[in-house]
Design a protein around this ligand. Structure first.
Ligand code: DAK
Length: 259
């Protein structure tokens, strides 16, 4: 991977988009690296959570690469959009939880990348926005869909139609992020959260991710059936037996084995 730095800390993977000359903007190479990142993380059964952040102190990701996009034909624009959408969807549906630690600008494709993650936390210097209408295009990596689902259609329309950026405190208020930290506390907080998640039974955490993601696309009746199936699927696993035995025996459970 040319533009992503990957570090493994115990059961956690930390990936930083690293394209400093363009504030980590997403060009085709970065999108390909994101695919490789997902392949690498999925191939490692030890990893139980992924943190995604941006290199440097200024940006998470300042958007799709405007230089690369500026000369695209209609067909190339569509292909670029599909490339981004495919990899963002892979990120969104990968089995383990993904935490976006947004450490600065998260604009356009950068905001969209954070929204394809399961959980967003940010530094007090973070700035979110969908500036695309100001550039003569629509958000192309799922922004119209995920923003409306996260903050509601009214706020999503206001942000997208006006192309106005919002700062960390407003992002927290509208529900785009779960928490805001001083810059130096962001990564420790992200790691602590990832470690807390990694201690829980992976089979259950993964089932919960599927239940929430897939259930939101279904009617309540269908979603409840999905939840029943995923709930049932946890039984007879080593981790379920150990978790419940430990409770009944009034002891701390052994570390979960992902079995
Ligand atoms: N693309 C390419 N280069 C970028 C960039 C970007 N998105 N953002 C920043 N850079 C580059 C700058 O050009 C500059 O390069 P040099 O001039 O040094 O060579 C370097 O990063 C540092 O940026 P600045 O000098 O501008 O730094 P400032 O601190 O002054 O400003 C800024 C920071 C983030 C406010 C500013 O850089 C900025 O406004 N950047 C653009 C933000 C933006 O508009 N992002 C949204 C991009 S549009 C679709 C598919 C995808 C998309 C849409 C449709 N379909 C196929 C339908 C996605 C669209 C987008 O994401």
């Amino acid at each position: 991977m040319t533009h992503i730095l990957l570090e493994k800390k115990g059961q956690i993977a930390i990936a930083a988009i690293n394209r400093p000359k363009a504030l980590n903007a997403l060009n085709s190479e970065v999108l390909e690296d994101l695919n490789t990142l997902i392949d690498t993380v999925e191939a490692d059964p030890e990893i139980r959570a992924l943190i995604l952040t941006g290199s440097g102190e200024k940006a998470f990701v300042a958007g799709a690469d405007i230089g690369e996009m500026s000369t695209l034909t209609k067909a190339e624009g569509e292909a670029f959009g599909k490339k981004g959408n495919d990899v963002f969807r892979r990120l969104e549906t990968m089995p383990i939880p993904v935490i976006a630690a947004v450490n600065g600008y998260a604009l356009g494709g950068g905001c969209e990348l954070s929204m394809a993650c399961d959980i967003r936390i940010c530094s007090d210097s973070a700035v979110f926005g969908q500036p695309e209408t100001g550039l003569g295009i629509t958000p192309g990596f799922g922004g119209t869909q995920r923003l409306a689902r996260l903050v509601g259609p009214g706020m999503a329309k206001q942000m997208i139609f006006s192309a106005r950026n919002i700062k960390a405190d407003e992002a927290l208020r509208v529900g785009l992020v779960n928490a805001v930290y001083p810059a130096e506390e962001l990564m420790p907080a992200a790691e602590k959260l990832a470690e807390t998640i990694a201690k829980n039974a992976p089979i259950a955490v993964r089932a919960c991710k599927r239940a929430i993601n897939e259930g939101l696309e279904l009617s309540m009746d269908e979603a409840i059936v999905l939840e029943e199936k995923l709930f049932g699927g946890c039984f007879e696993s080593e981790d379920q037996k150990e978790g419940m035995c430990a409770f009944l025996e009034k002891r701390k459970h052994e570390p979960y084995q992902n079995r």
